[in-house]
Design a protein around this ligand. Structure first.
Ligand SMILES: *Cc1c(COP(=O)(O)O)cnc(C)c1O
Length: 377
């Protein structure tokens, strides 16, 4: 959302070139909403969504823990003020020497989804706690996470048993129902599997204690999404249904839902043109595209709200593209985007809900374009 603070920052500072402006008050509101909706779950912010130091330190102050995927992210969370007991190494694909480095830094909680990864953790982080990630189908998610992460639930029991045998603490189960998950009921099936894994492990003498509910909490782009409370209620109902009165400790790992709507990307129209004099559709080229931070427009998956100074005047569909010399740098073409007909070269456009998965997705210098500048206010 374009808050008054973001508006005045842009008006006063007039930053040159495309940039992201993130309003910390919105991040704080999202943290409070998630905390309120899931009061019994610890929040581990998914650092990858936006690792700006000001965001991490705000969340550390608010009491958040952090889900990290690399040693660099671990170090960023520590620099922001998080103690190692508030940091998990949640990537299931880690170099053994990175596990060792994280262990040296005091990290004691690791994700695994295979026997091979368990063996690395057992060697590099002896005695650490591990949770096993299970596959989900990602249905209902606008940015699904496919089969890359997690194992079949039936295999998780053996993975955790292997961990136990090697001296690790088999701590629990994790899953991710897919990013921008619009269905609050999406957690139910995974929680049923998690409860089954808890029972099977108990039969083998291992008491699991934690379910990591992952991320997936949505941002409102162009369409309404259910409120945080709806997710909290649906998840609580599923926990009750599958775990009865023995609900385990739970954690959530929001990324998008924490920072998505806190950011606005200021961009500029570089060119408006047609491919032939009789062409019905205009091409609008911005100074930011897929390589400048809008990578989630891949397959036109995420459709950002776009504001212009000409809003309220007549609109027509256009193809929206970025400025680089790669033909993949088209944002919306299959489903063209309605923008004011009077939109012209030099106009400023504000792309809303760009607080998550933008700055770190920008290329270093493709075609000589700077990575996306970012201001946290
Ligand atoms: C990316 C990621 C998240 C955050 O997902 P969102 O959909 O942005 O909330 C959480 N957990 C893990 C393990 C992730 O990889």
């Amino acid at each position: 959302m374009i808050t008054d603070r973001i508006r005045s920052f842009l008006d006063e500072r007039r930053p040159e070139g495309p940039c992201l402006v993130v309003d910390r008050d919105v991040v704080r509101r999202n943290y409070d909403a998630l905390h309120h909706a899931l009061p019994d779950s610890r929040i581990f912010y998914a650092v990858k969504a936006n690792p700006a130091p000001e965001i991490l330190s705000l969340l550390a102050e608010l009491g958040s823990s952090f889900d990290t995927a690399s040693v660099a992210e671990v170090q960023m969370a520590i620099a922001a003020g998080a103690t190692p007991d508030r940091i998990s190494f949640g990537n299931t694909i880690k170099k053994e020497r990175d596990i060792a480095r994280a262990f040296e830094l005091g990290i004691g909680l690791y994700a695994v989804d295979s026997f091979e990864e368990v063996e690395k953790v057992a060697r590099a982080a002896p005695g650490a706690r591990v949770f096993c990630r299970i596959l989900t189908d990602g249905e209902g998610a606008e940015w699904p996470l496919s089969r890359k992460f997690g194992c079949e639930p039936s295999m998780a029991v053996d993975v955790l048993t292997h961990a136990h045998t090697l001296g690790l603490k088999a701590h629990g189960v994790s899953f991710h129902v897919g990013s921008q998950q619009t269905n609050p009921g999406a957690w139910d099936r995974a929680l049923a599997s998690a409860a089954e894994i808890f029972r099977d492990c108990a039969e083998r003498g291992m008491t699991l204690g934690m379910v990591n509910l992952g991320g997936g909490f949505p941002t409102r782009y162009l369409k309404d999404v259910p409120a945080a409370e709806a997710y909290g209620q649906a998840i609580f109902d599923s926990l009750r249904a599958h775990f009865g009165n023995r609900i385990p400790e739970t954690i959530i790992e929001p990324g998008r839902g924490m920072v998505g709507d806190a950011g606005v990307l200021k961009a500029e129209v570089v060119l408006v043109s047609k491919k032939s004099p009789t062409d019905e559709i205009r091409w609008v080229y911005l100074d930011v595209g897929k390589f400048g931070g809008l990578a989630e427009t891949m397959d036109e998956a995420i459709r950002y709200p776009i504001r212009t100074e000409r809003d309220g005047t007549e609109t027509a569909p256009c193809v929206l593209a970025g400025p680089t010399c790669d033909s993949a740098d088209v944002l919306y073409e299959k489903k063209p985007y309605d923008l004011p007909i009077s939109l012209t070269i030099g106009d400023e456009v504000l792309i809303e809900c760009t607080g998550a998965y933008t700055t770190t997705y920008a290329s270093v210098a493709f075609n000589g374009f700077e990575p996306l500048a970012s201001y946290v206010i």
